[in-house]
Write a protein that binds this ligand. Structure first.
Ligand code: PDD
Length: 299
């Protein structure tokens, strides 16, 4: 894996990319993160990712500790180091950059004032695209029993390093079969999102996604897909969605930075729509990719 990491001021190879066991990111999962990608080698929607990073950090009373320009400079520097380390293999490859900010090292207690220096880690690795067949055929997902965090608990709006809830949801899906993703319901039994992606349904030509107050991560891709849908003339609404909406949908898809728009054609043993990626999903995927390239190239 030709990854390179920046760890608190040092650019390192994967084997040297270590952090103290006293870092609260390790001890308590006390930190936040973002995953960015490039299109045509240019970072995509950096401003939105950094805005969400700051919002996540403020929800756990954490100060990112530097301006966006400095943070972007570190990501770009780490990307250059990764490109140099990967050599010819890096040619034409897009990258994923995971930016993590944790509480840093401090006393073994929960008082933030005792850990005043956040840790910053940036991991850059090649983005291995999903096979074309995934987009052409669609995927099967599991509707799991693990419930998305209650917003008054670890609020799902926080893109937190504390990912055990998501891990448990995906573990349940994988125990049941080779499922691509896990769909979680919220504490009210409504659909919320997937373990690492947002969920969309298409019914009677309208694209619907669970509203933010269902308790879910405000995905950057989710937001961009809604904008692309509007530009493409496809009606889009945030709604309360339940199991029946899912099983009765004409089309379904999931979204995330690295996966873009992946058609869902089966949920557990029930076929969605015709069991093939639907026309609106495919139109959106095409428009999404074209717009993303154009937007990233304009920076
Ligand atoms: N995951 N919901 C959850 C729970 C997520 O973890 C993610 C992203 C998303 C989609 O967000 P975005 O469109 O901003 O990537 C929704 C990242 C990619 C990850 O954990 O790797």
């Amino acid at each position: 894996m030709s990854a390179v990491a920046y760890v608190n001021g040092r650019i390192c190879s994967p084997q040297d990319a270590t952090i103290s066991v006293f870092d609260h990111g390790f001890l308590y999962g006390e930190g936040v993160y973002e995953v960015l990608r490039t299109y045509g080698g240019e970072l995509f929607l950096v401003d939105r990712h950094f805005r969400r990073l700051r919002a996540s950090a403020s929800m756990i009373t954490l100060d990112v500790g530097m301006a966006d320009s400095a943070l972007e400079g570190i990501v770009v520097e780490t990307m250059a180091a990764q490109r140099a380390a990967a050599g010819a293999a890096a040619q034409g490859h897009e990258i994923l950059a995971r930016v993590l900010v944790t509480r840093g090292i401090g006393e073994m207690n929960y008082d933030p004032s005792k850990s005043p220096h956040p840790s910053l880690v940036v991991i850059v690795k090649p983005l291995v695209p999903l096979p074309a067949s995934t987009y052409e055929r669609g995927v099967a997902v599991a509707l799991v029993s693990v419930v998305r965090n209650h917003p008054a608990s670890v609020d799902p709006r926080i893109k937190s390093n504390n990912l055990l809830n998501n891990v448990l949801a995906m573990q349940e899906a994988l125990r049941r079969g080779p499922y691509f993703e896990a769909i979680l319901r919220n504490f009210r039994g409504e659909l919320s999102e997937c373990s690492q992606s947002n969920l969309f349904l298409v019914t009677d030509g309208t694209v619907r996604t669970p509203a933010l107050d269902a308790g879910l991560l405000a995905g950057i891709t989710r937001e961009f897909v809604e904008e692309v849908a509007v530009d493409t003339g496809i009606p889009t609404v945030d709604a309360v969605l339940r199991d029946d909406d899912l099983f009765g949908a004409d089309e379904a898809f999931l979204t995330s930075t690295s996966k873009e728009i992946v058609p869902i054609v089966r949920v557990d043993d029930r076929v969605i729509g015709g069991g093939r990626p639907g026309p609106i999903t495919l139109r959106l995927l095409d428009a999404y990719r074209r717009t993303a390239r154009a937007v990233a190239g304009r920076r």
